[in-house]
Design a protein around this ligand. Structure first.
Ligand code: TEU
Ligand code: CA
Length: 525
């Protein structure tokens, strides 16, 4: 039953940190135009610090035509006017640092916007200086009517678009307005490294790297095998050429003082494959990504066995030295509570899981309020991937328009925005926000929760349990997925440190886990 041992102790800040993901458009509006911005984030930094997280990751804030909400970058070294400007960013970064909060930016290396000057030049002629910065190909077997291979794009249609001016196809794994950069070209590598240096010089603490596993490609661009021909390559593309590129990027970050971190979005479905993107960790420390997302946790659902199996898989299939990450929500998927059918109790219990597993948790803004997805009518939809529901504005005040003064916000608010507003929840002793604050404080004070080994415990059906242990510290976590209380006597005496259903519950553990509840237990002292 034992799993996920390993002895890596956090030497690096990003191992013991909790990262809070902000979707800038939806977080807070500073200038009253109804769109979240840097000034809005700046004004809410005390809220973020008091929540008890260690770092923020801002989804893209760079100039962009916003065809994919900023994941189509037209200038990597500036701020989109929607969000502010460079002085506003510098002020935000300084204010975050004053509060002990680190700042990660969202770097989008696989593709640019079709309006990026590199692509504008690239498509202008077959002999342009930037032609080879992207993937231009003739049609299959020289036939202009046939795309060069069978790849599909993530938002529908072919991954190739024909360009009339120069009579070739160009590759885009996402929208036609997001052409893929050719990382096989050393000039692309250099230019993209420079975009990292631009922000590292300004003092950012690291980057979340968008679909980083896609950047290496076989220049022959062969067909996907028949069994994958009808799906987009994003979920299985795993080319060895990506690894030296990651080492090159890592060298840029490591040339800076302080510990700048690279967190990669590696959207593969097997933990053993994800593990390779940390590089070779034989010496205890990899030379590629510092951290890689593992999205299997987004599919585990409300199921004790699925979680037990995922925890065991991560313990077994991540190489020793590769520090795990955990995520329950982000800007691409329905919110956790929505996926759980709207149950507050279940969302609360899962919060305990996120913040007590072995690894770095990524918490998506709004989860700490127990928000559900907004119902976004087509007229309000912004996203080509129909992911608007989880990108609705954060309700700050109880009364409409919930802190979004001025023009109407771009999207509808999440359900029950009044009661789930920051104002209401900050005043509620047992709100979801109160639970998150408690959990984050308990985690911060506990070396074992931050960095200890994890051993899964034998449990009754429908109950998940594990210990976290470090030198002088121990916690035991129990999560009862059943709709009835389950007796689970323990050999020794424990005190309840956190109970997900009621923040006020403390004192001796009585030998039973309440229905749909998670407990953090501490050896009775
Ligand atoms: O997501 C890439 C990704 O792997 C998917 O989850 C993606 O959301 C899905 O295939 C689309 O239906 C990243 C970003 O997180 C996402 O917001 C961007 O749209 C995408 O890359 C392109 O940059
Ligand atoms: Ca604004």
């Amino acid at each position: 039953m034992s799993s996920a041992a390993g002895t890596s102790q956090p030497k690096h800040w990003w191992k013991s940190a909790v990262v809070f993901q902000l979707y800038p458009r939806a977080f807070a509006d500073g200038n009253g135009d109804g769109i979240g911005d840097l000034a809005g984030i700046h004004a809410r930094l005390d809220y973020i610090r008091d929540l008890g997280v260690d770092a923020v990751w801002l989804s893209p804030i760079f100039p962009s035509p916003m065809r994919d909400n900023g994941y189509d970058v037209s200038d990597y070294c500036d701020i989109d006017p929607l969000f502010g400007d460079l002085p506003a960013f510098d002020a935000l970064l300084a204010a975050a640092h004053e509060r002990g909060l680190r700042v990660l930016l969202d770097w989008v290396p696989n593709h640019t916007s079709s309006l990026h000057p590199w692509f504008v030049d690239s498509r202008s002629s077959r002999t342009s200086a930037h032609r080879d910065w992207y993937y231009w190909r003739d049609g299959r077997d020289g036939n202009p009517a046939e795309p060069p291979n069978n790849w599909l794009a993530a938002f529908g249609g072919r991954a190739w678009t024909w360009d009339d001016a120069t009579e070739q196809w160009y590759l885009h794994l996402f929208l036609p307005e997001q052409p893929d950069l050719n990382w096989g070209n050393p000039k692309v590598q250099e230019a993209m490294h420079d975009t990292l240096r631009f922000w590292l010089d300004r003092g950012v603490d690291g980057f979340r790297m968008d679909v980083i596993h896609l950047i290496g490609k076989d220049p022959a661009l062969p067909d996907a095998p028949p069994e994958q021909a009808h799906t987009n390559p994003v979920g299985f593309h795993d080319d060895p050429r990506t690894h030296p590129l990651l080492r090159g990027i890592r060298a840029v970050l490591d040339s800076y003082p302080g510990e700048r971190v690279m967190v990669g979005e590696v959207n593969l479905r097997e933990t053993a494959r994800i593990s390779t993107y940390y590089g070779d960790c034989a010496s205890g420390e990899g030379d590629e990504l510092n951290l890689a997302f593992n999205f299997l946790s987004l599919r585990a659902g409300w199921d004790a066995d699925a979680w037990a199996s995922l925890i065991d898989t991560v313990g077994r299939d991540l190489q020793p030295g590769a520090w795990p990450t955990w995520v329950l929500s982000n800007h691409d998927v329905r919110r956790l509570r929505t996926r759980l059918g709207g149950s507050e109790a279940r969302a609360r219990a899962m919060a305990v899981l996120l913040l007590t597993l072995r690894g770095t948790p990524f918490l998506y803004a709004g989860e700490e309020l127990g928000l559900e997805d907004a119902d976004v009518p087509p007229a309000h939809a912004l996203d080509p991937g129909r992911r608007d529901g989880c990108r609705a504005p954060i309700p700050w005040t109880a009364a409409p328009p919930h802190g979004w003064t001025g023009d109407a916000p771009p999207l509808p608010f999440p359900p029950d925005a009044e009661n789930r507003s920051v104002e209401r929840e900050a005043a509620g002793a047992n709100s979801v926000l109160a639970l998150y604050r408690r959990l984050l404080a308990v985690r911060r004070a506990s070396p074992s929760l931050q960095s200890g080994d994890l051993d899964r415990l034998p449990c009754p059906p429908g109950v998940l349990g594990y210990t976290r242990r470090s030198a002088d510290d121990e916690r035991l976590v129990l999560l009862n997925f059943n709709v009835a209380e389950v007796p689970m006597p323990l050999g020794t005496a424990y005190d309840v440190e956190v109970a997900s259903h009621d923040v006020a519950v403390t004192g001796r553990y009585d030998g039973a886990v309440p229905a749909e509840t998670a407990l953090v237990l501490r050896p009775a002292g």
